[in-house]
Every structure is written in C-alpha cells, then in structure tokens.
Design a protein around this ligand. Structure first.
Ligand code: RP5
Length: 170
C-alpha cells in the first residue's frame, strides 16, 4: 500500500514531479503517481482526494501550474499533510502557480515548496513519515551528512587549486 500520493494536474508537470518520485524511491518509500486535473475532471479529483486517507495515504504531494487549485483542494478534502509544488509557467514565470498554492486561507494548510521544487517535496514527505519511523530518520540523517561531505570536498578542492584551477577541472 502506498504511503505517499503524488498527484499532478497534467502530464506537462511530469518532468518536475518525477523528482519527488525519485527521492521517495531513494528512501524506499512506497508511492503512487496520478495525473488528475481538478479543473478538467473535478468528479474524479474529488473521489481521489476524498478516498486517499482510507487507502492508507499519509502524505499527498500535489503539483500544478497556472491557476493551481489542485494542492489547495487536496488539503480541503484530505486531512493529513499536503505538500504543494508550484510549476514554472511561461506567461508569469510560475508566480501564478506559487501564489495560488501558497496563499491558502486559515484552516486549510498546504506546505508549499519552491517553484519546481519537487525534490524538496519528496524530502519533506520523507521527514514527515520519519516522525514515526526511526529507520527512515537514520536514512535522512545519512543523506544530510553526505551532502555536507560533498560541500566540504568542493571547498577543499577550491583551497587546493584556486578558482581558476577548480573551474578548469570541471
Ligand atoms: C494545470 O495547468 C497543470 O498542473 C499544468 O501545470 C497547467 C497546464 O496544463 P496543460 O495545459 O499543459 O495540460 O492544470
């Protein structure tokens, strides 16, 4: 049974939302991925979001662009955490998606990540689940330690080679 539901308004969101799925796979978290449009198929969307809790979903990651109502409506229908991923858009650079997802009214929270920030959405879902899963918490701590080691290694190389040498070796 999947613990996380990844839902997006269109297949045009897939390249971004795939980053959330990749993170969940990296941490061994079961998920399902659906394309369901809140605007173009409202009845199906309602059924999906309303039924997610009873199917064992603990966190929803919802991505949408433009007038991005999908994450907010997920939060209206699903009582557990919803993470919203605003899509970049050509006309307004994703500000339309960002504000639509971010500016939720009091009482219906959506944890909004950066425009296109689906990897962080996956990580945030993992952190939420790690509250009750020590094995997952350990994996998250190891992930953070590996990132720290990578940055340290880059700085050591910079100190050794200087900025010209550093760029040349890339
Ligand atoms: C939203 O409208 C989707 O989430 C997508 O980001 C945007 C454009 O959808 P398409 O016209 O590409 O299907 O519902």
């Amino acid at each position: 049974m999947p613990l996380v539901g990844i839902v997006m308004g269109s297949d045009s969101d897939m390249a971004v939302m795939g980053k959330a799925a990749a993170i969940l796979e990296q941490f061994g978290i079961s998920y399902e991925m659906r394309i369901i449009s809140a605007h173009r198929e409202p009845d199906l969307f309602f059924e999906y979001a309303k039924g997610a809790k009873d199917r064992g979903i603990k966190v929803l990651i919802a991505g949408a662009g433009m007038a991005a109502h999908l994450p907010g409506m997920c939060a209206a229908l699903f009582p557990l955490p919803v993470i919203g991923v605003p899509m970049h858009t050509t006309s307004l650079g994703g500000r339309d998606s960002l504000y639509s997802i971010l500016q939720m009214p009091t009482g219906i929270p959506v944890a909004t990540v950066a425009i296109g920030g689906a990897a962080n959405a996956g990580l945030l879902a993992a952190r939420i689940l790690a509250v009750a899963d020590d094995g997952l918490l350990k994996k998250l701590e190891d992930y953070a330690a590996a990132m720290e080691a990578q940055v340290k290694a880059k700085d050591e190389r910079l100190q050794e080679k200087g900025f010209r040498g550093y760029a040349q070796d890339e």
